[in-house]
Design a binder for this molecule. Structure first.
Ligand SMILES: [Ca+2]
Length: 489
């Protein structure tokens, strides 16, 4: 009897489809917040003892927090993975656009497209077609000009079409350091407009913080200048202040979801596009942060370059205060967005996997045996590929084919290279990495006939083919980084 009743209820629920009793769609809204260059340990909830991030920490308390979430080493390549569901090696955008240039280095790095391929279906397109109202605010970095903008890739609402009402509403408000107040205003305005809509929404909010030049509100900087520094770490007052300023803005958006009574039906996803930057790529100038206990920084395939924060709050689905230790990556976002929105993924090769299973049950496993990375560029290190398989991580340096093998379970800081001690493991992973590169058509660097050992490390300016003035770049960044936010509007 009870079973029959349950069946009848199930049938009724299925018949209702995705509409609830009020007639408004029950499919959840999605707010995807992408931070620029935030390091894995930068937040209180990831263990930072100097930075204060009470709002993001509170979000993490209500969420599943990933310990082993990965991006690519830089901006454009991670954004390409998010917009395509494909590994950056398959998309072909493996560096930031347009990339740095070392014309006399040992290898010539492979060419890249200068924009995201329009044949690829983005989250904006697939969710838009499925009835979602879509918006994109902030940094894009996947091609210049209107023809390659978020709007050209299916995002319906962008900063350029918010209309005169938004201008009026936000009149007189300052943009804030790194535009973080203005971007939050755009997001809040968009969310407010959605209150009247019958459709769910997908909001991609892509902050410009905490990328250099570091910038924060004067009063926040003063607070961190006075704050007692821990005995270890970098603990830069302006960087710390920028992170707290950002935390306040994240809090404003979360408060608005609460105020509009939308939080219960909104999935909030918070992550970063690559690891933290310690120091500008010229390797000089001030050190602004550290990724300790992880090794190295943005622009490398060490953990400090690719492991990032990832927090997901889906009320009623993600268990509060839970931790997921499954390795997952930015190319999982597109299939995951599709699963949340109950829509079929687009008809294109997907390297990503739907993460909603681990959202529901953070201790469950994903199907994929390994995660692969391809960064055939000079930046904060040399061209390389890498694979994370179980607790093992292998990095292959493409200049000479040498490898490093680490056991991340016992050595998260990648301090003990096991390649010589475990040659079979190293050789197997190296073979798997090579086979993967072939499968996805990864573009490889080639021998440089202009290789000149004496000039190999000199960066050149692409626009005038002259060596970059590293000292001038350092001093300009340093003067901006030590000057707190002063802009009046
Ligand atoms: Ca970035």
């Amino acid at each position: 009897m009870i079973r029959n009743l349950l069946s009848a209820v199930m049938v009724a629920v299925l018949a209702l489809g995705s509409a609830d009793l009020s007639g408004k769609e029950a499919r959840p809204n999605i707010v995807f917040i992408l931070i620029d260059d935030m390091g894995w340990p930068d937040l209180g909830c990831y263990g930072h003892v100097f930075h204060e991030t009470p709002r993001i920490d509170q979000l993490a308390e209500q969420s599943v927090r990933f310990t082993d979430f990965y991006a690519t080493p830089v901006c454009s390549s991670t954004r390409a993975t998010i917009e395509s569901g494909q590994n950056s090696a398959r998309v072909g955008i493996t560096d930031f656009l347009p990339g740095h240039w070392k014309p006399f280095a040992r290898l010539v790095v492979p060419p890249m497209p200068d924009h995201l391929d329009h044949e690829l279906t983005t989250p904006g397109e697939v969710l838009g077609r499925a009835g979602y109202n879509t918006a994109y605010f902030g940094k894009w970095h996947l091609g210049r000009g209107a023809e390659h903008s978020p709007a050209a890739h299916g995002y319906e609402t962008t900063a350029s079409n918010l209309g005169p009402e938004f201008k009026q509403w936000s009149k007189g408000r300052k943009a804030g350091p790194k535009d973080m107040v203005r971007l939050t205003d755009q997001a809040i305005w968009f969310v407010q407009q959605q209150k009247q809509s019958e459709s769910p929404f997908f909001l991609h909010l892509s902050h410009r913080a905490v990328h250099i030049p570091i910038q924060a509100q004067n009063e926040t900087v003063e607070k961190y200048k006075k704050k007692q520094k821990p005995s270890e770490g970098v603990n830069h007052p302006v960087y710390a202040a920028m992170i707290e300023d950002l935390d306040v803005q994240i809090g404003r958006l979360l408060d608005e979801l609460d105020r509009l009574q939308m939080a219960n039906n909104t999935v909030v996803i918070f992550t970063s596009d690559n690891g933290g930057l310690r120091q500008v790529y010229t390797g000089r100038g001030q050190v602004v942060s550290t990724n300790a206990p992880l090794r190295s920084e943005k622009g490398t395939l060490y953990e400090g370059g690719i492991r990032v924060p990832m927090i997901v709050r889906w009320p009623g689905v993600t268990p509060p205060r839970s931790v997921c230790r499954q390795p997952a990556a930015s190319w999982d976002m597109l299939p995951t967005f599709c699963a949340i929105a109950e829509v079929d993924p687009p008809d294109q090769t997907l390297d990503g996997e739907d993460l909603t299973g681990v959202f529901r049950q953070p201790s469950s496993s994903l199907e994929r045996p390994a995660l692969y990375f391809h960064y055939p560029h000079y930046h904060h290190s040399r061209p390389a590929s890498a694979v994370r398989s179980g607790d093992y991580k292998l990095i292959e340096w493409l200049e000479d084919g040498s490898v490093e093998l680490y056991d991340l379970a016992s050595d998260i800081g990648e301090t003990k290279n096991l390649a010589a001690a475990e040659p079979e493991q190293a050789s197997q992973l190296r073979d798997e990495l090579a086979a993967w590169r072939t499968r996805v058509g990864a573009r490889m660097p080639t021998e440089n006939t202009d290789y000149d050992e004496a000039k190999a490390d000199i960066w050149y300016n692409r626009s005038n083919s002259q060596p970059l003035d590293s000292a001038a770049i350092d001093s300009q960044l340093e003067s901006r980084a030590t000057k707190p936010y002063l802009r009046k509007n």
